[in-house]
Design a binder for this molecule. Sequence first.
Ligand code: A3P
Length: 322
Amino acid sequence: QEQSTYEHGVVRILPDGWLYPGTTPRFLNRIQSFKFRPDDVLVMTFPKSGTTWMQEILWTMLFNPNLDNPQATQPLLVRSADLSVDMMFDTVTIDEIRPESMYEAFKKLCPGKDEEDGIAVQCLDAMPGQRVIKCHYPFDLMPPDLLDKTKVVYVARNPKDMVVSFYHFYKVIKVFDYKGSLDSFIKLFMDNGVIYSPYWPHIKQGWQKRNHPNLHFVFYEDLKADPQGEIQKINQFLATGLTEQQLKNVVQHTSFSSMKSRGDPLPDQGIYNKELHQSSGGFYRKGVTGDWKNHFSQELNHEMDKWIKDNIGDSGIPFKMD
Ligand code: A3P
């Protein structure tokens, strides 16, 4: 990939200007040659859009539809590794290097792997059989024939709720340690200055491929409104053949309250500012649609509506804001 200059430990990868930690290009090369298996299912998202929820849904559908698999108590990020986590290697920082990173936490869960080679890639290589893989990279940074090799579930969330969720995440993760207001965070996000940006090409690339037989596109809001109906569609997409009862099991096991009661997807290894994290609700913070209304001023809402209108173009992505 062609790159622009490194600044404050982050790199913008051209042509879309994806904003990632400076280590990313090294790991992106490995992802280009990553051996996807035909029965893998890759959850692709812009962060805070329901990634974890979908990972748990897929894992439960494939490996625990009767809710009797003892493996289900393993942390989700071990059962369903994150291909994009390797870029967190030691410098997941915007302004300075911190001693404990998300990557450090992940390393403890997958011991004995050579970090220079990418721990997530090695963990996934070592996993036998079918895998549920998480990834925040957009299609543009993945192998061009990805959909010929494997199935992808793309989850999108309306950008207003997503950015509120992201703001809380930026505040509680030590490496980000964001001190600004929601308004300033949203402005930064709209300026493509938040990690994993820009938002629009990410989602548009997923949406454009929505009719590909190996891509299933899901909105967080639809999943929230009708989990059983949406999980039934995934049952068809993956040809999992789950019974009504098994679908009900999956819905129940992956409801917000069930997932929250089982604890964070990645056990706390010092990545969070603990007090702030707990007081703002933990990883499973609210899990609702329309929370933005509790946070947006009229002016901010107006500004974001304009940003959406200017950027959504003729893509026709049918976001649901309520
Ligand atoms: P909130 O911060 O709005 O509560 P990701 O996994 O992509 O990081 O997304 C995290 C968001 O998904 C958080 O949103 C989290 O609460 C929400 N979420 C996780 N599991 C969920 C579930 N079972 N039902 C509804 N929302 C869920």
